[in-house]
Structures are given as C-alpha cells and as structure tokens.
Design a protein around this ligand. Sequence first.
Ligand SMILES: NCc1[nH]cc(CCC(=O)O)c1CC(=O)O
Length: 309
Amino acid sequence: MSDPQLIRIGARSSPMSLAQVERVRAELAAANPGIATEVVPFTTSGDRWSGALVELGGKGAFTRELDQALLAGTIDLAVHCVKDVPGDRPVPAGTVFAAYLKRDDLRDALVHPGGLTLDRLPAGSRIGTSSVRRVAQLAQRWPELEPVPIRGNANSRLAKLDAGVVDALLLAVSGLERIGAQDRITEILTVEQMMPAVGSGTLALQCRSEDEAVVEAVGALNDAETFRQTTAERMLLHVLQGHCNSPIAAFATTEHDGRLSLRARVFSADGKTTLDAHEWDRNALALGTSVAATLLRQGAHEVINAIPH
Ligand SMILES: NCc1[nH]cc(CCC(=O)O)c1CC(=O)O
C-alpha cells in the first residue's frame, strides 16, 4: 500500500484539542516519515453552544461536524476524545476508528485554589461541573457540596474558577495534562471515589473506511490494550443504550494474566441509587455485553429512564 502524501486532520480549536492533534502528528511522523500532515480548524456545535448540551438535540455535539467533513472529503482524519463519542450507536457509516492511542490517566481531579480536597471543602462549596456522572457521585459521597453547571473548554473553566464564579472544578487529569495545567490539580480522585466515564483518557482516530492508505498509516498508532479496553467499555454503553443525561461510569483494565477487568456503575441523578458490576473476560465484546446485562438485571433501564432527557 502506497503512503498517503498528505493527511488533513480536522481539529477543534480549543487548546486541549490542538494538543491532542499535535500528539497525533508527532506519532504519525515517527511511524511514517514520508507523510505530511495539515491541521484544518473546526468549531463544532458543542463548542458554540454555551447552554446545557442536552438542549442541542441529540448526541455528538463535538463530533457531528467532523463526521460530515470526513465523509465530504474535506479532511482525512478526525481526532476524538472517546468520552465525547456517542456510545449508543455505531460510528457513522463510511468511517472507521482506525486506531486508539495509548490511554492517558483516566481519573478525575479536583482543582481548588486553596489546595483543599473534596473531604475538607466547607459545606456549600460550589463545584463547577456539568457532567451528570460527576454530579451523581458528588451527591452520593459529598452531599453537602453544591454542583454548579459550567461549560466551555477547560482553559475557560479555569479562568472562571480564578474569577470566583465557582469555588472548585472537577476535570479530567488527562485533559489538564494536555493543556499543561496539571500543576493546578489539588486532588486526584480514586476510581472508587469518582468512577470515570467510558473512554476517559483515550483518543480515537477516525478515517474514511475506503481510504486504505490512511487507515493503514493511522493504524500503526493503535495501542492493542487500549483498543481492547475501549471495545469492552463501548460495548457496555451500546448495550445499556443510555441517553446523554445518563450517569454511567465504567472502566476496563488489563490484568497480569491478560484478562480484561470491567467495572461499571449506573447512578440515579441524586446519587441515592448505585448499581455496581465487576466482571472479567478475555473477550472484550463478551465482557461489555455481560456487564451491561448484569446492570440491566439490577434495574439499569429503570434508573436511566427515571432521569429527564
Ligand atoms: N467532557 C469533555 C471532555 N472530553 C474529554 C475530556 C478530557 C480528556 C479525556 O477524558 O479523554 C474532557 C474534559 C473533562 O472531562 O475534563
């Protein structure tokens, strides 16, 4: 297969997205010295809209425009946070995830200018997050803290924090590292305290399925264990069929013997109900399906559907 000469990469203009694209360009250049890359800037509906994402009508607010550009042939590659890719449906027909990059830290972090941890924050502290998953887990373990909706990219959220709009922020460790703001972290939460979202810390590289040269060049960047873990996590989400307001948390890891472990939780919005499952299997698809089935037997549909969406 001949090398593609030039790969045009669609990228959202936030600092986090641009950092992600620079990682992809560096890894592509190292794996295929003959390839040139070009960055095509994008603003998605999710970037433009500052209200609640649920009001944007359906999922994929951060991926839709890039999907369309790929299919229209104006870009050859889209870089997505797996966490932002809808999990209840397959990736758009005609496109493929040709690689998952080696996963970064999947945990969430607290950013509090005074250096406190969640356990020490005074009652009534305003915690900036719009994630239903984080809100439910805050309500469950730290009911005296007050979640406050906040949107915008991580840099603008940090600026709002510094302006006193909120007292603290919950953000992904990986995202803060990508924008060089890891020194703002005051507490890294354990997965037990704050179970991560499906796909946390993982980047997916999406190409046109028929574009064999690009699929092959990009495929060289795939990390086999991240691929297995992501496959298990996204299978779980697919079977659960959550809506965009579903507090679902799950993460897969690889055991020393090569089996995958998949832990998953489904929360009610108030955090009072937690469904919990943890299973192991060598087969990622079987594992995702089985853990989802376990949660469904515990009443996951009822918990998910009780939340307005
Ligand atoms: N929800 C937006 C989003 N999508 C991916 C990341 C961070 C990187 C990742 O977890 O892959 C973030 C920011 C955050 O949650 O703090």
